[in-house]
Design a protein around this ligand. Sequence first.
Ligand code: ATP
Length: 329
Amino acid sequence: MSDAAIEVEGLGRTFKARGGDIVALRDVNLRVEPGEIVGLLGSNGAGKTTLTKILATLLLPSSGTARVFGHDVTKDAREVRRMSGVVLGGERGLYGKLTGRENLRFFGMLAGVGRRRLTERLDAALDRVGLTEVADRAVDTYSKGMRQRLHLAIGMINEPPVLLLDEPTVGLDPVEAERLRHDVAALRARGTSVLLTSHLLLDIERLADRVVILAEGAVVADVAVDEFAKLAGYTAVVTVRGTGRSPVLDTGRSSQIMVDDLSEAEGLWTLRLRVRDWSVDSFGHLGAVLGGVEILGVDVAPLRLEDVYGHVAAQLATGSGTDAVEVHP
Ligand code: ATP
């Protein structure tokens, strides 16, 4: 048995299409350790769903290998399915006329969970995702959030050590989305490994230990979340508003402060700057710039993962090269 929960090596997938072949994945290498949550990011068409489907044995690779706890997705699909659960976002795949409990029982049987064990697990699985009260209602009457939580319960019914989540919070309201994140965090606490695809950076921020970015089918970044945050080159945006004499800027003084903008109108000024890192140097420089001026308000906006991803995506789009963001630990 391999140590890695997921191990992908030189993975490629090409689709035949009328206008020519579409290369969805090229030479992808990826490792997810036991108990690790890896966030998979990338723009539309980058290959995220293709990768998830190959790992879920729903698609075959064209080249390379993918293994789940040492079991090859091509040669040993049954074992891979036993070891993993998959949650593909959206409304698909539930039987609306059946109750939540019936759906869960049906998909549990498909996942190979024995009848007796299934009966034992149903209540706990429904309870874990907060569906106990509605378990005996037809799924047609469920809200999107309830359906998504049922998908999660189905993905987990065989208590797999590996979970593949593709856009699990898509279409959920903020309360439901937060609830689902809570459910996923609880899985991590139980040692489940998760490959999490999401366009919502909040999901990644809350849950992921590492971030992998796909662009045009290739991995262009594979870094710890903390390291990923550093790719933007700053940690917070500070906006200071004041009146009277405007601050005197001496940007050469600190390598920790980058001034973006100083505007003045009708006796009011607004200074926007980015702080590379909170340090004695950056506080000292801020003190020097803002000493002796009349401040009306200060707003500190900490860097969000969304800002970092925007920064990285812009670099990829301008072709300042995937090299610029290629980071492998
Ligand atoms: P999104 O964020 O939009 O879901 P994605 O990163 O999941 O995108 P994929 O769905 O994996 O991207 O698609 C990768 C590429 O493969 C795209 O160019 C897509 O058009 C192509 N593709 C995916 N499935 C098929 C298919 N069955 N036949 C032909 N091309 C396909």
